[in-house]
Design a protein around this ligand. Sequence first.
Ligand code: GLY
Length: 386
Amino acid sequence: MTRLEDGARTDVLVVGGGIIGLAVAWRARQRGLAVTVLDPRPGGGAALVAAGMLAPVTELQYGEEPLLHLGIASNRRYAEFAAELAAATGLETGYRATGTLAVALDADDKAELGELHAFHQRLGLDSTWVTGREARKLEPMLAPGVRGGLHVADDHQVDGRRLLTALLRACERAGVVLHRAEAAELLVEHDRAVGVRTGTGERVTAGRTVLAAGCRSHRLPGLPDGVLPPVRPVKGQILRLRIPAPYRPFLSRNVRAVVRGAHLYLVPRADGELVVGATSEEQGYDTTVTAGGVYELLRDAHELVPGITELPLVETGAGLRPGSPDNAPLLGPTALPGLVAATGHYRNGVLLTPVTADLLAEYLATGTVPALAAPFSPSRFARSSA
Ligand code: GLY
């Protein structure tokens, strides 16, 4: 690991070594910039827990069309992004072009999915209605009561843990400096962000400081009021099961449903892991796994795929999604010169990683905000409150 000397200067200082911070650092380094990532434990964060569903179409919410376009743009880059990472590191990311089946368990769900399908059609998205029988033909482990649903051929998956490991190695190989320390204070001089003081008192100065610290981004001491809106933690509890070899494939694609108002999804990996998620809880900075959370996930997953209770449960966990006030990410320069945001990705951090890295690297290298990033400017909140 390369360490910065105290008082060292870099072109770009990325605060936060999670999936977004590492990807931005890697891409910025590829553009010829000197880049440092500041994080006590780079390679951590919400992506360590996430299921890694790449689902811009099945997770589409009404009124979020700009986010849909960003998600689709990122999804289209994924295969190449994963291949490029594999070539740079020799590591696989678990990217799998499986598609997704979103199903209905009762008449209300069916009506809701029907509306989503109509919305997809109005937007020209690739989304096919399937009957219950057709859904079970695609996924024979589904409960007999499944009423039908949507087959979305382009909503895929990646393994967030493998992706983090690969990004960390790619950064190291590309010459990104990994500075394993806490960010204690943003340094602001003459109304400009000039770097960070670390928890051990070192000054790391930079031409641009990128805040990519997930749901802790707006809590960096020294950040002037109003520069970044609150990025709230939204807890997601998740389960990992193992599909023994004789039961495989068990599921061949991502399967999701809304059960009693909660979003449930099952993501089957090529290596036999089955990820079941996720709760959505506004509990502050709490990552406790609760009996209730595990119970609800297993109860709902059992309703959808009864055979799941036969599988070994190997891990439970909880992560914190970084939710911005409008649930869309904050990308690009902030109102404080020298300070750039790459945070607030909420439910879409893994999906939006390639496009975020490309857009931020473009801005950092050229000083121009790419058109695709413009709707996600951090200043949109300053404008609405003015
Ligand atoms: N994108 C899935 C989740 O946030 O739970």
